[in-house]
Write a protein that binds this ligand. Structure first.
Ligand code: SER
Length: 337
């Protein structure tokens, strides 16, 4: 069987490391990686080539590769993007645009639809106030698409760009459309939590930061209020979703963009569970108004019925399974507690 050639950008990030490991485990892929940083030891051996540097300036080198699949994970997350918004726009939008053009060009020229898998985010939603957030509960893909952050604006726009390149680029009538347009597929992720890595620059980071701190016996001051609620997911479920979506035959997909959910907890519930698992955990709350505002604009939970109907999405880890079967066993091994 010939190997599929896959590019993973942002390979050194949290999703990147876990995805590269997941692809290698599954087999059948020649994995090319890209990131600003050198590859960490845990994925060094499974990447056949690593392009280190800024994607925007490196794009020409990728025109020489025959990619079947592109996982474009490189991004500047929501808190970081608020403080260096121009930079974030360049990384999040310009980088995506360059890769989409490459994938569209290759799809047409070589008559082979390149699959372009794009992680989007709950940051594309913008709840106007807390009352609306509470009343709305689980939001559907097309609701409240009014992001309050640079990162959310970038992700929402890139969803639109990807959809444009896969459906309308060239402005041909439906029956004249070339059969090999790029195949854009996007998942809107909730906050992700890994037992092995920590996020940098995001705003859902209080969840994983609090749990890792408690597991290490370190005090943690949470930057959002106790009643702050958004949806979260175990990293293995996030990787499962990417590997599932990439394999679904296009005709089964009725959409380009899919919510996926697993469990929604308040920061106070995280504290309670952390305190039960690690008695004596020192968790306090000192909300940062800017970061609080960002999380308040994200929905409490998402409606993922489209993903369930089109490609059979179902998480393996609800809140109990996340703690009992994944996070606590792994983190106790990691920190020897
Ligand atoms: N986890 C991301 C962030 O906090 C949201 O997608 O920025």
């Amino acid at each position: 069987m010939t190997e599929k050639v896959v590019l993973v950008t942002g390979a050194c990030g949290e999703i990147g490391q876990a995805l590269v490991q997941g692809l290698a485990k599954q087999g059948g892929y020649r994995i090319v990686t890209a990131d600003l940083s050198p590859l960490p030891e845990n994925i060094k051996d499974v990447s056949t080539e690593h392009a280190q540097g800024d994607l925007v300036y490196k794009i020409k080198t990728f025109y020489d590769y025959d990619f079947d699949i592109i996982f474009h994970l490189a991004a500047s997350l929501s808190s970081k993007a608020e403080v260096s918004s121009e930079d974030a726009h360049r990384i999040n939008v310009e980088g995506t645009m360059q890769l989409l053009m490459l994938a569209a060009y290759r799809s047409e020229k070589y008559q082979k639809s390149v699959k372009f898998i794009f992680p989007s985010s709950i940051a594309v939603y913008g709840m106007p106030d807390l009352e609306t957030k509470k009343l709305a509960g689980c939001v559907k893909e097309e609701e409240y698409n009014l992001p309050h952050t640079m990162y959310g604006c970038n992700k929402l726009y890139c969803e639109k760009l990807g959809t444009y390149y896969s459906l309308y680029y060239g402005q041909k009538h439906l029956d004249e459309r070339p059969p090999h347009m790029l195949d854009f597929r996007s998942i809107r992720f909730p906050g992700l939590i890994s037992a092995f890595t920590l996020p940098h620059g995001g705003t859902s980071d209080y969840g994983p930061e609090m749990l890792h701190a408690a597991a290490q016996g370190n005090p943690y001051s949470c930057f959002v209020r106790e009643d702050t609620k958004i949806s979260f997911m175990a990293m293995p479920d996030a990787i499962k979703s990417l590997l599932m979506l990439v394999d679904v035959p296009r005709e089964k997909l009725h959409h380009q963009i899919y919510n996926i959910g697993a469990f929604a907890l308040t920061a106070g519930e995280f504290r309670d569970r952390a305190s039960r698992a690690f008695p004596g955990a020192q968790i306090t709350f000192a909300p940062n108004p800017r970061r609080q505002g960002i999380v308040d604009s994200w929905p409490e939970d998402v409606d993922d019925s489209l993903a369930r109907a089109d490609w059979g999405w179902q998480p393996d880890y609800d809140a109990d399974a996340f703690f009992d079967e994944y996070f606590l066993p792994e983190i106790k091994k990691r920190y020897q507690r």
